[in-house]
Design a protein around this ligand. Sequence first.
Ligand SMILES: [Zn+2]
Length: 123
Amino acid sequence: MTLEMYRTHKESRTTATHIYDNSRGSALLALARAGILPTKCFNIFLTASDNYCERCGVHPETLAHVIFKCNEFYHTNEDLAARLGLSKELNPALVNETKRLLEAWDRERRKGSAEKLAPEVKG
Ligand SMILES: [Zn+2]
């Protein structure tokens, strides 16, 4: 997510308030659109060796990496903008898909940190 992208998509960013509902996905989408989704790469306390994606373990966990589900590397800023509802032609189905994807990512993330904070007692 670059500043240039925000300038380019400023118009749709301010007018697309109707894409939000009361879901957790909408809250996460808002963070993603603002460029502040708390991915590991957003965490300044994690070093480059600690910020790998928990799903694939291969690539750093950036916003684009989360949105493109670990495996689509040849995307453009326009592709990312469309998924975030920042493109001129709004695709509500694609934006909804992004919300569900962010919800799934958030659930995995919370599950992972809960296990680390309170390991299950065995025996
Ligand atoms: Zn990954």
